[in-house]
Design a protein around this ligand. Structure first.
Ligand SMILES: Nc1nc2c(ncn2[C@@H]2O[C@H](COP(=O)(O)OP(=O)(O)OP(=O)(O)O)[C@@H](O)[C@H]2O)c(=O)[nH]1
Ligand SMILES: [Mg+2]
Length: 412
């Protein structure tokens, strides 16, 4: 029997701490990039961080730094170099000219001859790659493919020839895997076709949504990996994939939930991230229709994440981008169990006795001018209080829509 050993590609990460980003913050960003790399199936082995007033317009980092990276890539036989920003077509070309002659492409099965050249990926292409990996439904696959082609279009001549030298592995999933087409016209035709297909799917979705009549709709939104699907599973007693991965969920799932005797619809959807590629936001617009058409948004936050405040801002920005900034909002600070653990390991004091959570709650209710709950979807702490509150909010919307039902709920 022939044994095929899966080779895990090794990556180095490259970031810039510029005028707006402290070195500490840039490291935090690179940790997130490392998590993206892990999610895509590779492993990050080293970080290169340069302090610059702004990224170099020709090569992103300075030429000295790039040479240092090249030497490392060559010495350590690195497979992928990932940049923590979307590189311009020119930057990609220049960086590739230096790096693709260094290192080895290890995506061959064991025994096959190794080829020179490290892959150059930017943040956008890595995220597109993860989306391609996780897309299950025809809807999600079409949306990702459209975003990939749109990203490729301005990079076409260089990218196709570059892709043709690569085979499977991180950064090469989706259309790049298929036959290489060199004709820009063919790609444009493909983009039109995908858009047409999406329009068809959208039509079906609109009909589906109309059939749901005027049920109250609650949508879970939030940064990726905060626990949206876990919370959805608990509240709706369903079984959606929840994993310690970025972008585990791509399709919107809608479930009917009944609390007390009140039925409503709850949806779980794709998570947001810092610098979400704009092509993806564009092509995932219809996935986000469920959010746009919902009555109440549950913004789930991972309280245990060191950057949770920035994540809140990013989600708010993305919500504005899709035009739902003013929608009724409940903020759910999740993972208080992990938050306490982190507190206990980083302070000399006794483990949290609940006081700091109470204080945080007061602080955030004041800051947000809106209801906020501190829960753990894992241990179910405070879940009942949150569920009771959700019931009252859904009921408020419900009775405005079905006034004659009011009597039914009067005594509840
Ligand atoms: N410690 C702890 N972990 C949690 C809690 N809730 C969820 N998790 C874990 O966090 C990880 C992400 O959970 P998901 O529910 O997949 O998160 P998501 O927001 O749906 O993520 P995406 O779909 O990738 O955007 C999983 O490993 C969960 O088990 C919690 O309250 N405490
Ligand atoms: Mg999810």
């Amino acid at each position: 029997m022939i044994e095929t050993k899966k080779i895990i590609e090794r990556a180095v990460l490259v970031g810039v701490a510029d005028g707006n980003t402290s070195e500490e913050k840039a490291r935090e960003y690179l940790n997130e990039l490392a998590f993206l790399v892990t999610t895509s199936g590779a492993v990050a082995v080293k970080i290169f961080l340069q302090n610059l007033p702004h990224p170099d317009h020709r090569t992103y980092v300075g030429s000295g730094k790039l040479e240092e990276i090249r030497q490392y890539v060559e010495a350590e036989e690195i497979d992928i170099v990932v940049f923590d920003d979307e590189l311009s077509p020119a930057q990609t070309r220049n960086v590739e000219a230096v790096l693709s002659s260094a290192g080895y492409d290890a995506s061959d099965d064991a025994g096959a001859k190794k080829r020179k050249g490290a892959k150059v990926l930017d943040r956008t292409r890595l995220i597109l790659d993860i989306f391609a990996l996780h897309a299950r439904s025809a809807h999600a696959r079409t949306q990702v493919e459209l975003a990939q082609y749109q990203y490729m279009l301005p990079r076409l001549t260089r990218m196709w020839s570059h892709l043709s030298r690569q085979r499977a592995g991180v950064g090469a999933r989706g259309p790049g895997e298929k036959e290489i087409e060199t004709d820009r016209r063919v790609v444009n035709d493909r983009i039109s076709l995908l858009k047409e297909r999406l329009r068809e799917i959208d039509k079906q979705k609109i009909t589906q949504r109309k059939n749901r009549e005027k049920m109250v709709r609650v949508a879970l939104v939030g940064y990726t990996n905060v626990g949206k699907s876990t919370l959805m599973n608990i509240i709706s007693k369903s079984d959606i994939l929840a994993e310690n991965k970025l972008f585990a969920t791509l399709d919107t799932t809608v479930r009917k939930v009944v609390i007390g005797n009140l039925p409503f619809l709850m949806s779980d959807t794709v998570g947001f991230i810092r610098k979400l590629p704009h092509h993806l936001v564009e092509s995932f617009k219809s996935t986000l229709d469920e959010v746009r058409e919902s009555d109440i948004l549950l913004h789930v936050v991972d309280l245990s994440h060191p950057e949770f405040e920035e994540q809140i801002e990013i989600v708010e920005q993305t919500l504005s981008e899709i035009g739902v900034a003013d929608k009724c909002r409940i903020t759910v600070f999740n993972k208080i169990d992990a938050y306490r653990e982190r507190q206990a390991s980083t302070t000399k004091y006794a483990p949290d006795d609940g006081n700091s959570i109470n204080n945080l709650e007061k602080l955030w209710v004041k800051k947000l001018h809106a209801p906020a709950f501190f829960i753990s979807a894992k241990t179910k702490e405070n879940l009942q209080t949150f569920r009771d509150f959700l019931y009252t909010q859904v009921r408020k919307v419900h009775v405005t829509r079905y006034p004659y039902d009011k009597l039914l709920y009067e005594d509840f």
